[in-house]
Design a protein. Structure first.
Length: 256
């Protein structure tokens, strides 16, 4: 595309940022004007706006312009050294901090879940989950989220053997599992109520890529330390984090 077909005001902004980025020690107004061949009167309002939005920094002592924190933040988001899991882990840390609960990310392998990430809190009950550990999908909210799109026949084929009973609350059949997952057809969440660990509950959401479930995100909590208000907050934060993680996966792909 020829330069004269581009939007000139936008080009000025790009050229200013590129020029200052190439001169890390900073540039004065006169230097910028001479290097990109724009009059100072044209540059001053652009530089002022970029500084006010923290894309550039201006030193009153040296009278030099340098790169601002917003540019550095945006570039760090696309750092090629960051894997998808690195970015997702930061989001799960945020979720765990907001809810003050243990959070997991997992995938489906056969009829089991495998934990890829776990961020813990100081809950008095130790959950049996750990990174790399596999558990039957029917016994966890995370697993139910991963099975969310499967019909009853698919669940029956996936679980031909009787369900192992971990607690008195563990589900017993594929039919019971299907009904549990879809007990509220308008609810995007899946639930676990002391089905694998006594006194521990969990809420989960599927994570999708191009409409297909590729992972699931969950928040675990204790039955005797929670409230309806806290559960509503967990759901709100889960929806927020799941949405962000799906955007990360869309932009970076999903690899682990």
């Amino acid at each position: 595309m020829m330069k004269d077909k581009l939007h000139n005001p936008t080009l000025r902004v790009i050229e200013i940022i590129e020029t200052i980025a190439e001169n890390q020690s900073g540039l004065s107004l006169s230097q910028i004007s001479n290097m990109i061949h724009y009059p100072k009167s044209t540059l001053i309002p652009i530089l002022k706006t970029l500084c006010e939005r923290n894309y550039l920094l201006f030193s009153k002592e040296t009278l030099l312009y340098t790169m601002g924190k917003e540019i550095l933040f945006l570039s760090s988001m696309y750092d090629s050294t960051d894997t998808t899991l690195d970015l997702i882990q930061e989001q799960i840390k945020r979720l765990s901090t907001e809810c003050n609960e243990t959070c997991h990310l997992g995938i489906l392998t056969g009829n089991e879940i495998m934990y890829l990430l776990k961020i813990t809190t100081n809950n008095p009950i130790q959950l049996i989950s750990s990174v790399g550990k596999r558990l039957p999908a029917y016994a966890t909210a995370l697993g139910k989220a991963l099975l969310f799109d499967k019909n009853l026949k698919e669940l029956e084929e996936l679980f031909p053997e009787p369900f192992q009973q971990f607690t008195s609350h563990t589900l017993q059949t594929p039919l019971e599992l299907f009904q549990n997952i879809h007990s509220n057809n308008k609810d995007k969440f899946t639930y676990e109520n002391e089905e694998i660990t006594k006194h521990a509950c969990c809420i989960a959401l599927p994570i999708r890529q191009n409409g297909k479930i590729v992972a699931a995100l969950s928040v675990s909590f204790l039955t005797f330390t929670t409230s309806l208000e806290h559960i509503l907050k967990i759901k709100k934060e889960l929806l927020k984090s799941a949405s962000i993680i799906e955007k990360i996966i869309k932009n970076k792909g999903f690899s682990y």
